[in-house]
Design a protein around this ligand. Structure first.
Ligand code: GTP
Ligand code: MG
Length: 269
């Protein structure tokens, strides 16, 4: 059922809605973590640098509804505010953004409601990011509710730009002098240049490693290795490091906090 049906069935308290949105954040967080782990397994690097999750504050929900010209009701919130639950995925490279978006889109239980590609079409401000509004089913004791989540995917450089621009925007309450806005747009093109440079650098590194015949865990003959006892010490310590990092992310998930580090599993590229 949709959030609206949920509402019509008399489950209309603020807390019931927040329970849904919080659950949706947990589900999305786990999905993203699994994708990151699988990616690490296949490509030997983590596409995700960190993940941030947040629930919109009541003040900010009311402000948004007011801006849209709607009364502050739970029904209007569930209909018109698409970003009560928000997940921000910060990736290493631009190519990772589209890969992750495709992987999320391909999941059977996720329905994509809308996409805004501010990387191909940056905002007037210079803002770049890939946005998706999706629904994810939340299994309650007696019903399943499709709950909306806003997913923002960007590179570290884009994230850096967006947080600084946000601070500056707030300092001027939206009325920054033109030369500042212009400089911010200029910084945004520098961010794109940096992202492109880092991507080609990464490709060059991968190519160079391949030429050197870098042994990857994938190419090991696992059965032979297990019995000869000849394992290379260095390779083992890398493997162990990865295992430790996987455990670390388990632990950090348990406290359920705004867990930036939850998908920062082993950076062994
Ligand atoms: P909002 O009312 O801002 O949520 O806009 P929207 O519902 O039209 O969605 P949009 O996809 O444009 O923006 C959603 C979110 O992207 C915002 O809440 C911000 O987190 C981020 N964002 C959008 N534009 C900008 C920008 O110019 N600068 C920064 N720093 N962030 C932005
Ligand atoms: Mg928003």
């Amino acid at each position: 059922m949709s959030e609206q049906t949920y509402m019509n069935e008399g489950i209309d308290s603020w807390n019931s809605f927040m329970l849904l949105y919080n659950s949706a954040l947990k589900e999305m967080g786990t999905k993203v973590e699994i994708l990151n782990d699988e990616f690490q397994h296949i490509h030997q690097y983590n596409p995700i640098e960190y993940v941030k999750k947040r629930i919109k504050t009541p003040e900010s929900i009311v402000k948004k509804l007011k801006r849209y010209g709607y009364e502050s009701t739970l029904e209007n919130m569930s209909k018109y505010v698409n970003d009560v639950a928000g997940v921000r995925i910060v990736c290493s490279f631009t190519s990772d953004i589209y890969r992750l978006a495709d992987m999320i889109r391909a999941q059977d239980d996720i329905t994509v409601l809308s996409i805004k590609d501010y990387i191909k079409n940056p905002k007037e401000s210079g803002y770049k990011s890939y946005h998706m509004i999706v629904t994810i089913p939340i299994f309650l004791s007696d019903r399943v509710v499709d709950t909306k989540v806003e997913i923002q995917i960007r590179t570290i450089a884009m994230d850096f730009w967006a947080s600084l621009e946000h601070k500056i925007y707030y300092k001027f309450e939206g009325n920054a002098p033109e030369y500042i806005s212009r400089d911010l747009r200029e910084c945004s093109s520098i961010v794109s240049m940096l992202d492109a440079k880092m991507l080609s650098l990464n490709e060059a590194i991968m190519e160079a490693k391949k030429e050197q015949g870098d042994p990857r865990p994938e190419s090991w003959d696992r059965n032979a290795q297990a019995h000869t006892g000849d394992e290379d010490e260095d390779e083992i310590s890398i493997q162990e490091e990865m295992e430790w990092n996987l455990h670390r992310s388990d632990l950090e998930d348990e406290d359920g906090a705004l867990n930036q580090a939850s998908v920062q599993a082993g950076k062994k590229a």
